[in-house]
Design a protein around this ligand. Structure first.
Ligand code: UDP
Length: 330
């Protein structure tokens, strides 16, 4: 199978590329390397079954040919991370919406019909206060210009672009709402909690818990996530559908911090910070975020394999290995 991964040097994209590479598929990755890294693709670089283009999805002139070549496309290009969204909302709006529009338009214009998976996000549920979110639940976003919601608006727009092209032109599109995903290659610099906590714990630094730590999240290992995405992209019943993807094992951020400290046998203490301190501005956090996975399980039979504690142990081990490797100083 020919697999195109846009944003394929990023966290989830690089795992998708490797997953298919290991199954013998031919992989084409396009990424502008703004947040992704070639390090994430190291094991495939140089292989005749792997091609990489450093290009921006907004201007890439190879897009038409690439979508015509592909049997399956994972459209993973997005600017993500709370800190990044607050710092550069204009770039977020363009990359996330215009990028998706270019992809679906290129497929339609060429008369192609690959399997296309569009990555959306649990952010679209907004500040809906339900204890778990099903795909038919209402979307609650603030009106009146809060930067925090820029990302959710772009992802909702992507979803509706997907719907429009699936229903009007019959394109083979599935839209996934990704919940919190963790694992190797994820970086903490844009605010993601697990890489931050793991990095802090292995360095015996204070663990930065934002707010009072009672907010909860459900974390899914990226290796489970990519398997679910493959199942969905190949499922005829998922065509034209929006589907939650994640884990429904919930944990508070304070308990997560304690778990990471304990597993790393770290001397770190928990350091509680206000959102103002953490983000440099007032911030409306989501208090609970857990997916209802009924639809995913009905469509695919998917069951996550990774337990949170195993992913954390794996990440701690990898962070320690990086720390031990010699650092070149000129
Ligand atoms: N968070 C935290 N410390 C950090 C980074 C994040 O306490 O160093 C909190 C953040 O406020 C949120 C949760 O952890 O309540 C998950 O944050 P992340 O940005 O990873 O995901 P999202 O908020 O998008 O679900």
């Amino acid at each position: 199978m020919h697999v195109l991964v846009t944003g394929g040097a990023g966290f989830i994209g690089s795992h998708l590329a490797k997953y298919h590479f290991d199954r013998g598929d031919i992989i084409h990755v396009v990424d502008n390397l703004s947040t992704g890294s070639l390090d994430n693709l190291q094991s495939m670089l140089g292989s005749p079954r792997f091609r990489f283009d450093q290009a921006d999805i907004l201007t890439w002139d190879g897009l038409g040919n690439a979508v015509g070549w592909a049997d399956r496309i994972y459209h993973m290009v997005a600017i993500v991370g709370v800190k990044k969204v607050l710092a550069d909302p204009a770039a977020v709006m363009s990359a996330n919406m215009a990028g998706t529009e270019r992809v679906v338009r290129a497929i339609h214009k060429g008369g192609w019909n690959p399997q296309l998976l569009i990555a959306s996000s649990s952010e679209v549920y907004g500040f809906n206060d339900k204890s778990s979110f099903a795909e038919t639940d209402a979307v609650l976003l603030r009106s009146g210009g809060r930067l925090r919601w820029c990302y959710a608006v772009t992802k909702l727009a992507d979803e509706y672009l997907g719907y429009a092209y699936a229903h009007q032109y019959g394109l083979n599109i599935v839209i996934v709402r990704l919940f919190n995903t963790i694992g190797p290659h994820q970086v903490g610099r844009y605010g993601m909690v697990v890489p931050n906590f793991v990095g802090q714990a292995v360095n015996n630094e204070p663990i930065t818990v934002f707010g009072d730590g009672t907010q909860t999240r459900s974390f899914c290992d990226v290796r489970d996530t990519v398997f679910a995405l493959d199942l969905l992209a190949s499922s005829p019943a998922a065509k034209g559908e929006v589907v939650n993807v994640g884990s429904d094992q919930e944990i508070s951020i304070k308990s997560l911090a304690e778990l990471v400290v304990q597993r790393a046998e770290s001397a770190s203490q928990l350091h509680f910070m206000s959102y103002g301190e953490a983000y440099g501005m007032d911030f409306e956090d989501i208090s609970h975020r857990r997916p209802d996975l009924t639809k995913l399980k009905t469509l695919t039979g998917f069951e996550p394999k990774w337990k949170l504690v195993d992913t954390i142990d794996d990440l701690i081990q990898q962070a320690r290995a990086v720390k031990r490797s010699p650092i070149f100083t000129p």
